[in-house]
Design a protein around this ligand. Structure first.
Ligand SMILES: C[S@@+](CC[C@H](N)C(=O)[O-])C[C@H]1O[C@@H](n2cnc3c(N)ncnc32)[C@H](O)[C@@H]1O
Length: 277
């Protein structure tokens, strides 16, 4: 376990979280016994670009029906449900935070996708799976909470079969200082950003070769600007369903800071696919 892991858990954990999401969905008039993916779309994917970005990552990775995919840092399960529903994958989600695992399982069951996506608690740096267990591993906006990235990537390589793919969509360090709070960290103590070329080298050193490596900062900035404008229009009174459900009460400040960090170049965003060497 990384020294900061308890603080990372504390940053995301919210007691009674699944129940609160269901209460918000009910308040928005949704049928809890028959949730649709559209019902969940306003909040279920906790990364820049939401569902569109997950689709792009899946396409970059070449994901298709029946592949067994490990989603590292699966949050409340939005990306896993997208991979299951739209690409036909069988997804195992792993997340550090018990409340997220519980919410991911509950929402997935109520959306009728439990036969294709399941979730379990665990630390991405100590993967509880046999070697060569998965056809693909994905991570979206997760590595910035992990200090010991070398251990993380060695573990990813171990659980991936030969001919598989590791696809990631991650935030990296840019130049200049980062303004906090941001969605993944209230303070720098749990934020471990590395410059893009360093992140790439760490992955390669774990036994991977880059198949695609794209700096998508400009597109991410544009997309996040659209979200920030939307949120700004709420003037502190968000609708029942929105990003505040995953980011907490200071969602507007976190979104504003991340947009400024993107615009000022103090963070960068990469989307990449690697194959085992
Ligand atoms: C910004 S959220 C992204 C969630 C999800 N990937 C998505 O895009 O919707 C980061 C997630 O990574 C998880 N996480 C952070 N450190 C982790 C670790 N060491 N092992 C497993 N999950 C971790 C957090 O609990 C959180 O759910």
């Amino acid at each position: 376990m990384n020294a900061a892991t308890p603080q990372v858990r504390q940053h995301y954990a919210q007691a009674g979280y699944a129940g609160r999401l269901l209460t918000a969905l009910r308040a928005a008039g949704k049928d809890l016994d028959r949730l649709t993916r559209d019902d969940l779309a306003p909040f279920e994917e906790f990364h820049i670009g939401g569902r569109d970005a997950t689709r792009e990552l899946a396409q970059l990775a070449g994901l298709h029906a029946n592949l067994h995919v490990l989603d590292l840092g699966s949050g409340i399960g939005g990306p896993a449900r997208t991979l299951a529903a739209e690409f036909g994958c069988r997804v195992t989600g792993l997340d550090l935070v018990d409340e997220y695992v519980e919410a991911a399982s509950e929402l997935t069951r109520r959306a009728g996708l439990a036969d294709r996506a399941s979730f379990q608690p665990g630390d991405a740096c100590a993967l509880p799976f046999p070697a060569a267990h998965f056809d693909a591993v994905v991570s979206e906006h997760m590595t910035m909470n992990i200090e010991d990235k070398a251990t993380l990537f060695v573990g990813v390589r171990r659980v991936l079969r030969v001919g598989g793919v590791y696809a990631l969509y991650e935030i990296c360090a840019g130049t200049g200082s980062v303004e906090y709070p941001v969605p993944w960290a209230a303070t720098p103590t749990i934020s471990f950003l590395r410059p893009p070329d360093e992140l790439r080298r760490l992955i390669e050193n774990a036994g991977f070769a880059a198949r695609d490596w794209n700096d998508v900062t400009a597109q991410a900035t544009q997309r996040f600007g659209v979200l920030a404008s939307l949120v700004g229009g709420w003037h502190g009174s968000p609708p029942a369903l929105g990003p505040h459900l995953v980011m907490g009460h200071d969602y507007a400040e976190k979104i504003g800071n991340l947009l400024r960090n993107l615009q000022q170049g103090s963070v960068r965003v990469v989307m990449a696919a690697f194959e085992p060497r």
